[in-house]
Write a protein that binds this ligand. Structure first.
Ligand code: PAF
Length: 283
């Protein structure tokens, strides 16, 4: 695996692969790899010929007072893990390679960014995500780009950018990878002390409770959300949001029939955690 730092070097490596008729996969990341990231890299390895993993802690998607400086960084460890999972190139640019002096462009997706993390983290978060992902898609020009379904709203935002800007790439959303007790893997789980770590597992249990309610025939959105909420309440977790929305466009839903996204964000100890579940009523 090669570590490349510049846009020009990545473009030249991709050009050489294309000249040999090879397909290209991109896994955009901010590093601090866990099994969730490695599952994306393995999916890219299985699906494409040249696997490019980007490692860039993108400053523009962090709000004031968020964890940009504390965000875990260990490039040497990440490089070893990425190589082991099958990456060919680790693109790890400096901030001024991505945002050179005078950088003045931002991609804003309206509507679906007004709710959930867009509402709680502020509109700048998804502007930062959309802008950096658009840049990475332009730089690498992959056939397929791989994202984790844990960031369900991010996947929808990226799909919308790709559709609206006619970017010729297939977006593949890969399943959430969980710890044995169900906690969704996240780079931010390292912020959890032992007590918070134990409580954090209740987020997935809350989603389980909602899913069980739907499986038992409940279709009223408020009742489904209440089933999840009671698990969070019992664990002393106050969600930033716990909402059931259409999985396609994040519109509010009153009943669960077509695919609905139950999305949750909560601060547990020092970590802000997100998780979600697609719920579908079966006739
Ligand atoms: O999901 C992430 O790690 C980031 O939001 C992404 C997609 C790499 C953009 O910085």
């Amino acid at each position: 695996m090669r570590i490349l730092r510049t846009v020009a070097d990545v473009r030249s490596a991709v050009r050489a692969a294309r000249a040999e008729g090879r397909t290209v996969g991109l896994v955009p990341t901010m590093g601090a790899f866990h099994e969730g990231h490695l599952s994306l890299i393995r999916a890219a390895r299985a699906g494409t010929d040249l696997v490019v993993v980007s490692l860039f802690v993108n400053p523009t998607q962090f709000g004031a007072g968020e964890d940009l400086t504390a965000y875990p960084r260990d490039e040497a460890r990440d490089a070893e893990l990425a190589a082991g999972a099958g990456a060919d190139i680790l693109f790890a640019p400096a901030v001024d390679e991505v945002y050179p002096h005078g950088f003045a462009t931002s991609i804003h997706v309206s509507g679906i960014t007004d709710v959930l993390c867009g509402a709680t983290r502020g509109p700048g978060h998804f502007d930062g995500v959309a802008t950096v992902v658009t840049k990475l898609l332009q730089i690498v020009a992959p056939d397929t780009a791989y994202f984790g379904q844990k960031d369900a709203q991010q996947v929808l935002v990226v799909r919308r950018v790709v559709r609206d800007l006619d970017i010729p790439v297939r977006i593949e959303a890969c399943p959430i990878v969980r710890e044995p007790d169900g906690l969704a893997m996240s780079s931010r789980n390292v912020y959890l002390d032992a007590g918070a770590r134990a409580r954090a597992a209740h987020i997935n249990r809350a989603l389980d409770a909602a899913e069980a309610a739907v499986a038992a025939g409940e279709t009223d959105a408020a009742a489904v959300v209440a089933a999840a909420r009671s698990v969070l309440d019992a664990a002393g977790i106050e969600p930033e949001y716990l909402e059931l929305r259409s999985a396609g466009d994040l519109a509010p839903v009153d009943t669960v029939d077509d695919a609905a996204l139950l999305a949750v964000a909560a601060r547990v100890g020092a970590a802000r955690l997100i998780d979600n579940r697609i719920l579908e009523a079966h006739a």
